[in-house]
Design a binder for this molecule. Sequence first.
Ligand SMILES: *[C@@H]1O[C@H](CO)[C@@H](O)[C@H](O)[C@H]1NC(C)=O
Ligand SMILES: *[C@@H]1O[C@H](CO)[C@@H](O)[C@H](O)[C@H]1NC(C)=O
Ligand SMILES: *[C@@H]1O[C@H](CO)[C@@H](O)[C@H](O)[C@H]1NC(C)=O
Ligand SMILES: *[C@@H]1O[C@H](CO)[C@@H](O)[C@H](O)[C@H]1NC(C)=O
Ligand SMILES: *[C@@H]1O[C@H](CO)[C@@H](O)[C@H](O)[C@H]1NC(C)=O
Length: 472
Amino acid sequence: MLRPVIVLMLVSFTCGENPAVQVTLTNKGLQYGKHVGAGWIQERLDHVTFPDISGTILRIIHYTLSGVTITKCDFPEPSVEFYQDITGFKTSISGLSVAVTGSWITKTGGIHDRGSFNLAIFNMDVTSVVKLGKEADGHLSVTSAHCEAQVGNVDIRFQGGASWMFQPFVKYFKGRIEGEIKASICSFVEESIVNVEYHLQAMNVSFDVGENFAFDLPLTGMPVINASSLNLGLKGEFYNMKSHTDPPFKAQPFTMPKQPGYMLSVGLSEFTLNSASYVLYSADLLQAIITDSMIPPYLHMHLNTSWMGPYIPQLPKMFPGLLMNLQVYAREVPMFSFQPGVVKLSFRGAVKAFAIQPNGTQTPLFKLNVDSQLSGKVWIAGGRLKGSVTLDNFTLTLVSSEVGTFQTDTLEHVMKAGMMLVIAKLNVELGTGVVLPRMRHAQLVNTVLGMEKGFIAISSDAELLKTDRGFN
Ligand SMILES: *[C@@H]1O[C@H](CO)[C@@H](O)[C@H](O)[C@H]1NC(C)=O
Ligand SMILES: *[C@@H]1O[C@H](CO)[C@@H](O)[C@H](O)[C@H]1NC(C)=O
Ligand SMILES: *[C@@H]1O[C@H](CO)[C@@H](O)[C@H](O)[C@H]1NC(C)=O
Ligand SMILES: *[C@@H]1O[C@H](CO)[C@@H](O)[C@H](O)[C@H]1NC(C)=O
Ligand SMILES: *[C@@H]1O[C@H](CO)[C@@H](O)[C@H](O)[C@H]1NC(C)=O
């Protein structure tokens, strides 16, 4: 009976952690990416220079073709698809035609000759298969798994020098040139993939947040690919760079909803917010001193012993006319819980009240536990992220008192009314919202946000912004 349990435990240990952030690229996104990538390659093709080609013909004529550059290129739209077999992508282009120009030099014995040439390559087919993977440190990796190029026909014409003499031999080295062209295409493709890989490795999988904290985003597992999407699972945990202790709770697995109508989707588990909450709590940052001057005037409250009179009658008698301070702090890690359509936050805190003596000494008065629960809604409208908050529950309980016991009901009532006023003001701000983040080269369009059990899913289309310098 025990063995299956142990095996299960081992399996759950070796399976590693659940991702708290998931990114899904749909076929729509892949096709858009391809379209943009094709434009980028087309621009780059104008600047491709082929390596010099040299050899010997008829044993005595040494030739070199140099300065080979593209003059015209018919670049049909390539096709790209998710390639499940190797966890990657398969890209093909067929019917690519290119015209190049360059110069030729021949050396026969001591005689040099030179001129120019035009070369047209017709109906090239290129297929490239790229494999995605995960490095040990959580980086995404790309490698070329396969590259194949076919050349339909080559037409080559020489001008200048004694070209009339060797043009008839073109047939002879056409095959050689075709071979060189095929190899250059695949080495260009492979170099580009290495270049992408280099950029991926240079990317950070951990981002500093302030001086002490970091947001960790390495891959938690291999990329998952099927015929319709690519899914990446990322850690998505905040941590303290000094202590680096993991929170006492784990990310729960979640399944991204299917959103094939959008280019990409990002899922964010409640774990990410809770890890931030844990980090702030552990670093003693979830506390504040509230003074009278911080109370907004619209609340009509005063943090002094006479204002407290109606709620704690003995207080103004014991400490007449003194200002007060409240030390507010979290007793437990405030936890977010994502539910369909709503996010709940439970806050278990405490308030220590002090009277400020004329000589500055703070005299402790009493301590209350404050337990509250907030509900929030988040949505996207008009390109802005908006929200609203409601106070579901607010209770005060007296823990200890230096001024004798007192009833907390009316104080609770007044405090709750105050909180609701503050939240009403906050909701005005949240209703205005913030503009969705926009990157230097891309912006999100048609963005929707859905709150599910345990996670938020944001699905969006992206629009790359073409800058003067092109995409880079
Ligand atoms: C990556 O992280 C290191 C250290 O945290 C930082 O110095 C560097 O600027 C980061 N690089 C980028 C591209 O964000
Ligand atoms: C591909 O995987 C996603 C989840 O990652 C799933 O929702 C979808 O149904 C799968 N599609 C196919 C064609 O298997
Ligand atoms: C204390 O609060 C009362 C209102 O209850 C206000 O009239 C008074 O000015 C305040 N006293 C001090 C010292 O702030
Ligand atoms: C400040 O005043 C309070 C009350 O009058 C007194 O109990 C306390 O000893 C004083 N503290 C100092 C440092 O003078
Ligand atoms: C409000 O808090 C009290 C005390 O913590 C609890 O008994 C009650 O169930 C809570 N109500 C709601 C609606 O959460």
